[in-house]
Every structure is written in structure tokens, then in C-alpha cells.
Write a protein that binds this ligand. Sequence first.
Ligand SMILES: [Zn+2]
Length: 115
Amino acid sequence: MNQAEQSESHGRQAPAITLAEFQELIRRMYLPKDVARGVDGTFMWLIEEVGELASALRRGDQQQQASEFADVLAWLATIANVVGVDLTEAVMAKYGSGCPGCGQFVCVCPDAGKP
Ligand SMILES: [Zn+2]
């Protein structure tokens, strides 16, 4: 990406979307198909997308990586819709008061453990 393209893409602001709006968008676009496919099949798609994200992180450019992050988030939202989990509620319940391990907003958990 040259400098002109870079400044253009940074200057063009995408409309903001909340997590709740994104989950609702995915619900509107795909819910009947997702329910018909079921959790197991949908979970396989998520894992396939996680694999594609891994490849993009290793060998992809910024645009490819961004695209794979979007796919992983979309499939995660899909599974949450199928099982009836509100992602905003889930995220706030777990991370809204800080790190689930230490309770701080800047994690102070020991490096050896998963926070
Ligand atoms: Zn912590």
C-alpha cells in the first residue's frame, strides 16, 4: 500500500457499529440458515475461519488479516445467535469489571497463567 492509498483508507471512516448491532446484523442475514446447519456444523466453519486467520497472520497482508478477523467474528456471532447468547451481555459479565483473573483494568496476573 502506498502512502496515498494509506491516507485515503484512514481518511475514509467506516460507520461505527456496536457489538450488539453486529450480532443483530448477522442474525438478520443468516439466522434461518445457521439454525438449519446447527451448532456442530457452524462450529466447524468457525474453526475453518480461525485456520484462515492463522494463515493470514503468517503470510497475509493487513487487508487479508482484517478480512479474516471479520470472518472469525461473524462466525462467532453466528454460533452465539444459534445458542441464544447475547455477546454484549456475555462480554460485559466477564470483562466489564476488568480482568476476570485479577479484577484490574490493566491486568496484573502472573505472566505464566492465562489471564
Ligand atoms: Zn489479570
